[in-house]
Design a protein around this ligand. Structure first.
Ligand code: BG6
Length: 488
């Protein structure tokens, strides 16, 4: 794979995502020498702006969101690649403005950082301008749809102009270093490969907790809720990487075929089993990291009657050979005590206890994969405490084999997920992007839960901001004699 020159067209260049993530990530790629010197970065928005104003806007945002003063050389190289084109994305004639900016002999990448409701319009506009050809790559941001039906509409609109091999659906969790490391951990280490199934694993926990609330995004979030915003995509993608069979190769379709099989094995949750398998919550006011914060219904612009969930806990089962009888517990929420994303694999107890004198039950081995922050991998093992005891008995203690990325690797900074994903788009590799059938299979499963919640007529359970969610989430595991892992 090589990085070739291209025309990178960023639709929605003035939007939140572009300013916070995409422009800073492109700049970091420039710094790392990963953008071809002849690449052209074209920002598109509906506002009138001179080239100079656009370059200033980009500079201010990169400074703000990287939190660094820009390096003169890098900025010099980067800024000469920038261009701005004003387009009203629903006026197909206005796309003609792109014709003079893109070079037909090179690859064009169109990044749609806009509301998905206008993806279809953008495709039509590009078509009207006559600049679509089989080499064009189109990048779509989540959420793709609100449910299976609406996601199919959006996917159909895009598919009218682009083949699946040209479409890159982003789930930024797939670009996180530690999520990528799941593949290395599982498939480059035989110690895990042979212990990764129902014979050895008791259960798995996946926590993606955030301390932030809805950050002024009431309109979007209240319509989506934590299930659509986080579970349908990020948590299910993590689950597929933990649970999938080894792919035949790292080729995009081999990996995605295996992920799809996991999604197809998700045991449906519906009105008949919703109560024992799900918990949803909504935060009330409280303290997060020492700061007093309002409840969900008191957020700016809130509809005080809203029943949207800001927390979800699920017991998920996979009906397949490898994972029969192994529950996967998922939880994710806003306004939790801190931002932490972790996967914990609990192994089965030892078949026989030689240390009954000290332990009625030996604690199980645990593999913890810290996705963020303090990225790393940790295994708990039992060890003999060195030294003599008057009874001669062995004194055992639980200890940790801990690999912290920041200590183990000589990397000054961990790249942002968007840097990795943008690089993959420039390289033309789809492995880290979600295929249409994956999105649809995930929606199918999620829709059934959402429907059952709606029918149940029950409201989400309140939890105080700054806690780990409603009490019912603790009960979800407690009734099976298990408990959520307490992160440090
Ligand atoms: C986004 C969600 O996809 O992921 C946000 O829309 C959420 O609501 C964010 O805050 C979390 O991403 P990260 O990388 O900060 O864990």
């Amino acid at each position: 794979k090589v990085i070739e020159p291209c025309d990178f067209v960023l639709f929605g260049t003035k939007g939140d995502l572009a300013r916070r993530k995409l422009l800073p990530s492109l700049y970091e790629l420039e710094k790392a020498g990963l953008i071809h010197e002849q690449t052209h970065l074209i920002g598109v928005a509906r506002y009138e702006m001179t080239q100079e104003e656009y370059v200033t806007l980009v500079k201010e945002n990169i400074e703000k969101f990287t939190g660094e003063a820009l390096c003169d050389d890098t900025w010099q190289r980067f800024s000469t690649k920038l261009d701005y084109v004003q387009i009203d994305m629903q006026d197909y004639d206005s796309y003609a403005a792109l014709q003079g900016c893109v070079d037909e002999s090179r690859t064009m990448v169109c990044y749609l950082a806009t509301p998905p409701s206008i993806y279809g319009d953008i495709c039509k506009g590009l078509n009207a301008a006559g600049i679509i050809d089989p080499s064009v790559r189109v990048v779509l941001e989540k959420p793709i749809g609100h449910d299976l039906e609406t996601s199919m509409v959006i996917n159909d609109q895009v598919a009218e102009f682009f083949k699946e091999s040209q479409i890159y659906r982003i789930d930024h969790y797939l670009g996180k270093e530690t999520v990528l490391n799941l593949m290395a951990l599982r498939f480059a280490n035989s110690i895990f490969a042979t212990n990764w199934d129902h014979n050895c694993v008791d259960h798995v926990q996946i926590t993606v907790a955030e301390s932030v609330g809805i950050e002024g995004r009431w309109g979007y979030f209240d319509d989506a809720g934590q299930m659509r915003d986080m579970v349908q995509n990020h948590l299910l993608q993590i689950l597929t990487l933990i649970a999938m069979e080894p792919p035949a190769s790292l080729d995009a379709n081999s990996v995605r075929d295996e992920k799809l099989k996991v999604l197809k094995s998700l045991r449906p949750i519906n009105a008949s089993n919703i109560r024992e398998n799900t918990v949803r919550g909504q935060y009330t006011s409280g303290f997060v990291r020492g700061e007093e914060v309002p409840g969900y219904l008191e957020e700016e612009g809130a509809n005080t009657e809203s029943e949207t969930e800001s927390f979800v806990a699920l017991k998920v089962e996979l009906d397949n050979w490898r994972w029969a009888g192994v529950p996967f517990y998922l939880r994710t929420g806003k306004r939790m005590p801190r931002k932490v994303s972790e996967i914990v694999i609990y192994f089965k107890p030892q078949p026989h206890n030689l240390f009954k004198d000290s332990f009625n039950q030996l604690p199980p081995n645990k593999l913890t994969i810290r996705l963020q922050p303090d990225e790393g991998v940790e295994i708990t093992v039992m060890n003999k405490v060195p030294g003599l005891t008057s009874s001669g008995a062995m004194n055992l203690q639980k200890s940790k084999l801990n690999l912290s990325f920041s200590e183990a690797f000589d990397t000054k900074r961990i790249p942002d997920a968007y840097e990795k994903l943008l690089l993959e788009v420039l390289l033309g590799d789809q492995s880290l992007f979600v295929r249409r059938d994956e999105v649809e299979e995930a929606w199918k499963w999620v829709d059934s839960i959402l429907e059952a919640w709606k029918k149940s007529n029950e409201k989400p359970e309140p939890y105080q901001a700054g806690t780990w969610g409603p009490v019912a989430s603790i009960a979800l595991l407690a009734r099976e004699d298990r408990a959520w892992y307490e992160s440090k």
